[in-house]
Design a protein around this ligand. Structure first.
Ligand SMILES: Nc1ncnc2c1ncn2[C@@H]1O[C@H](COP(=O)(O)OP(=O)(O)OP(=O)(O)O)[C@@H](O)[C@H]1O
Ligand SMILES: [Mg+2]
Length: 333
């Protein structure tokens, strides 16, 4: 079997809303596959279907060769799922939480302590294992969540936004742990994220999902290369001849694609240094004043905009509010 995950025309509707809209993709064995998309794109819904927590409205999904609809129990034996919201009990210690998880996964009693020691060591939480989780930092909690997903040595690990709401240093640290886990356990990883840098650093291949649809799947490098190797960003002052300006720019041979948003123009091109003089020539002919111009390498941000027509919003405030809300609910319960 070549693929850990296979989906065909997978769809999930909530009333009139198609949260997941006919997506088809495969994830190879041993791959780190990233699901990159903004809030509400359908990432968690897809993951819930693949982990058997939600039934699809139509379409097909196989995980480790088992159909999520007809063999959910088999699928659950193969997978670990670290959900977007932490599921640990804050008033228990790290070790006690892992013990509960181990029991939930039906790990034989005589193996439990050994497995807990192993994952604690891997995620470097051994020294804090007897402290209550309420005293842990955000990064430590996430590491504990991840450890819980590894106890039964799943073949496929799902991580739903593993670093959301964490500061950049902590995020990078989590990426290191994820890479280490991937290497040691030789597992397939399916990671959802709305951080470009995370997808770029971590993933072998990325699927960009927006509005429930997959827009493109490829390696981060290929995606960037497809745009040409340079990005020219310019802002212009008078927007009278803008239409004509844009259509003339489009005709420059080396320009692969143009995006345009209220006086801000982005050109994806190869050999940017040859394109820039042409831009000045055209602007002078059309009497358009260029306020600024810059030449950079394409980033995944550029790729995202080129496929979806909008920027991925880094709406951390919303996440934190959601997290706080979930926390309060747990505390009240
Ligand atoms: N149980 C539900 N009932 C109704 N609508 C839902 C339900 N779950 C999700 N949705 C909607 O489906 C869409 C996709 O949601 P989903 O949680 O999969 O997105 P996401 O990509 O994980 O977003 P986020 O980055 O915010 O976690 C959203 O519009 C959401 O409001
Ligand atoms: Mg989500």
């Amino acid at each position: 079997m070549l693929y850990s995950i296979e989906t065909k025309s997978l769809t999930k509707s909530f009333g009139d809303l198609k949260a997941v809209d006919g997506i088809s993709f495969n994830v190879e064995n041993g791959e780190i596959f990233g699901f990159l998309g903004p809030n509400g794109a359908g990432k968690s819904t897809t993951m819930m279907i693949l982990t058997t927590l939600l039934k699809p409205s139509s379409g097909k999904a196989l995980v480790s060769g088992f159909d999520v609809m007809t063999h959910p129990k088999k699928v659950r034996e193969e997978i670990g799922f670290v959900q977007q919201e932490s599921t640990v009990d804050e008033y228990l210690s790290g070790r006690e939480n892992l013990y509960l998880q181990a029991r939930l996964h039906h790990i034989p009693k005589e193996l439990i302590n050994e497995r807990i020691d192993e994952v604690l060591d891997l995620i470097e939480l051994s020294d804090k294992q007897h402290k209550a989780v309420v005293t842990y930092s955000g990064g430590m909690r996430k590491r504990l969540d991840i450890a819980g997903g590894l106890l039964h040595r799943p073949r496929v690990l799902f991580l739903d936004e593993p670093t959301v709401g964490l500061d950049i240093q902590t995020r990078r640290k989590i990426w290191e742990y994820i890479k280490k886990i991937h290497k040691e356990f030789e597992m397939t990883l399916f990671v959802s994220t709305h951080y470009m840098e995370e997808a770029d650093q971590l993933c072998d291949r990325i699927g960009i999902i927006d509005g429930g649809k997959i827009q493109v799947i490829d390696t981060p490098q290929n995606m960037k290369n497809a745009l040409g190797n340079e990005v020219i960003s310019l802002t212009i002052e008078n927007q009278n001849n803008e239409k004509e300006f844009l259509s003339t720019l489009e005709k420059i041979e080396l320009v692969k694609k143009i995006n345009h948003d209220q006086g801000k123009i982005t050109l994806f091109a190869s050999k940017g240094t040859e394109v820039i003089p042409k831009i000045f020539q055209i602007s002078s002919d059309l009497k358009i004043k260029i306020n600024s111009i810059s030449l950079t390498q394409p980033t995944l941000d550029d790729v995202f905009i080129s496929y979806t027509g909008h920027e991925i919003r880094d709406d951390d405030g919303g996440y934190n509010r959601k997290r706080e809300h979930a926390k309060m609910k747990r505390i009240r319960a």
